[in-house]
Write a protein that binds this ligand. Sequence first.
Ligand code: AGP
Length: 610
Amino acid sequence: MCGIVGYIGTRKAQPVLIEGLKRLEYRGYDSAGVSLMNGKGSPVDTRKAKGKIAMLEAAIAERPIEGSTGIAHTRWATHGPPNECNAHPHVDCTGTISLVHNGIIENYGPLRAMLQKTGHTFVSETDTEVLAHLVEAAFDGNLEDAVVDALALVEGTYGIAVISSNDPDKIVAARKGSPLLIGIGEGENYIASDVAAILAHTRQVVYLDDGEMAIIRRDGYTVCDLDQQIVKKGVSRIDWDLDEIEKGGFDHFMLKEIMEQPTTITNTMRGRLVTEEGFSKLGGLNLTMDELQNLDQIIITACGTSWHSALIGELMIEEHARIRCEVEYASEFRYRNPIVTDKTLCIVISQSGETADTLAAMREAKRRGAKTLGLVNQVGSTIAREDDGGIYLHAGPEIGVASTKAFTSQVVALALLTLKLGRLRDMSVVKGREIAQALEALPAQIQSILDRASEVEKIADAFADATNFLYLGRGYNFPAALEGALKLKEISYIHAEGYPAAEMKHGPIALIDAEMPVVFIAPHDSVFDKVVSNVQEVKARGGRVIAITSREEPSLEGKIDYEFRIPQTIDMLNPVLAAIPLQLLSYYIAAKRGLNVDQPRNLAKSVTVE
Ligand code: AGP
């Protein structure tokens, strides 16, 4: 998720743009850049820098740029590691057209090849640079005409802003899938991906919708569709306070990120599911068909929440791809003497891509001859740069220390990989289609859970003063129990343990009393009836039961104190749906305890030390 801001007026554009970028820093950024128009026909002046906005400011201080029209961008890398060259804006061969982009151009590969064949030279590894050259190829004096022609060739999502010194008195913007809005000033106007970037200057905004383009001038703006038919748009007045907007109106980043999951899961799957044929397209594995078919073991290594998604991946891969799979804590793997061959695939899962133990475990696996595959959210992170291949999560920056959207995207990425591996082996097209259809249904199912968040908040009210929790589940839901327990303990500081439901009899049952809430993850799956017996064992000892179920269960009648129902899905995807109410339960309990939900004590977002 990147940040875009543009200005056209009579003031110096550079300070307005830099301040706007700073207001977008909550979106996460790994590099940033600014382009200013500087007179008709002359090359656009561009400065870019890797890292925080301060690095860009230093670059501009070193080589100042002037101009009253410009565009700027903070990058959350999706293609190409974070560095100055890959930072936006991107310019065309003549240097007179500059463009910033938020989104993913799915067909950038063939477009880049086509443009290179016609003489265009590329300098970056990004998908975005293709757009600058497409506009150049179509440009015939009118910028909006060129943008329309360029976008007609594009598949994927975009929010773009473009300037050209050969058509200098305008900024052209267009939107499909990534937010954009116009800010209306006096003798000056703005374009931005988020209100936060321009709220210091205006409260009058026009939100663009998908398929719309805006031509923004100093003295006004026009909105049209991509056939250049005028579209009538209302003007909205913003009455938010700036510090609220950076959390999108939510009290905490964690809640914002929980609520984003229908979108982030969609982005993780974007362009990767071939539902009709029941398989997945994963471009970056860098493994040949032969290597994939001849794998004889998979080791998945990670830490924390990522280790929980690894446990789910193990069950998926063994059940549906029929490849031996084991999961190792990265901190343990790196120091033991594992059996690894050149037919071993070592999958490393890491939201940050910087966790020291996970990085060390991957290097150890490589040293022993394994192929490595990174499931990483942060593009261009160390793990993503050192692995042999990867599957980016595309979940956008995760600011809250407690991982939520990254976890569900990890599980979905593992399901996509399982589909890929399974369909290379014994998985039928029917089974593959069933899994693909269940994956496609997830975003709407997650939204239906989020729409009932208040039900979870009521349960949290009853347990905000608890001192201990037990989370129990079987099969795919045992790792979901572990993840639910971790979410609670790391932000509410309540001791919580996750356990296989059947294991409770072998010790933890001694803990059960009216003071010990027990959360059962009990969707209607292949082991449901077994879980019912465990519920009865808890109730028989006076325990209070919270059950995450998936439909009316007469067998649970009178045995559970609180119930939250999730939609029915296939066994392997239950942890994705069960995670949502458990994330919310932890969030509401921690918020009710008045704790720092986004930065819990003693924790860091990325543990880059042993
Ligand atoms: C999860 O909520 C925690 N923040 C922590 O366990 C985290 O999952 C772990 O440190 C691994 O981080 P990574 O995914 O960035 O490697």
